[in-house]
Design a protein. Structure first.
Length: 125
C-alpha cells in the first residue's frame, strides 16, 4: 500500500462497524461515521445514496440474515483514495459463511467513504 496503511484499515473497520451495528440508532451513527453525507453504496442488489438509504440496505441485510455478522476476509489493499477487501457473512451460531464478496471503496480527504462498489462471489442457492 502507498500512503498510510492505517488510513485504509481504519476506513474498512468503520465500514464493518456499520454493517455489524444491530440497533437502529447505533446503525445510523456508524453509517454517519463511515460515509460522507452523499456517500453511495452499489452492489448487484442495491444502488443507493445518502446515510438513510445506506442504513436501510444494511437493516434489510440484517432482516434477511438474522444472527449473522460481516467479517473481513484477508487483507485490506489500498492506494491513493481507493481500497479493496474481501468479506464474508458469517453465521454467529455455527461459523458457516454462506455469502462472500469483494468490495472497492473510495475515500474523501477525511478518510470517509464516498462510494462502495460491491461484488458478490458466493451466495446461497
Amino acid at each position: 500500500m502507498f500512503a498510510s496503511d492505517d488510513r485504509y484499515r481504519n476506513a474498512v473497520a468503520r465500514y464493518f462497524e456499520a454493517w455489524n451495528a444491530g440497533e437502529r440508532d447505533a446503525l445510523a451513527k456508524a453509517v454517519a461515521a463511515a460515509w460522507t453525507v452523499d456517500g453511495a453504496y452499489t452492489d448487484p442488489l442495491a444502488d443507493v445514496r445518502g446515510h438513510d438509504e445506506i442504513a436501510a440496505v444494511i437493516a434489510a441485510a440484517h432482516e434477511q440474515f438474522p444472527g449473522f455478522s460481516f467479517r473481513l476476509m484477508g487483507a485490506v489493499d489500498g492506494h491513493h483514495d481507493t481500497a479493496r477487501f474481501g468479506w464474508e457473512l458469517v453465521n454467529d451460531a455455527d461459523g458457516s459463511a454462506p455469502v462472500a464478496g469483494f468490495d472497492v471503496i473510495t475515500l474523501d480527504g477525511e478518510d470517509r467513504i464516498r462510494s462502495v462498489y460491491g461484488f458478490l462471489d458466493r451466495v446461497p442457492a
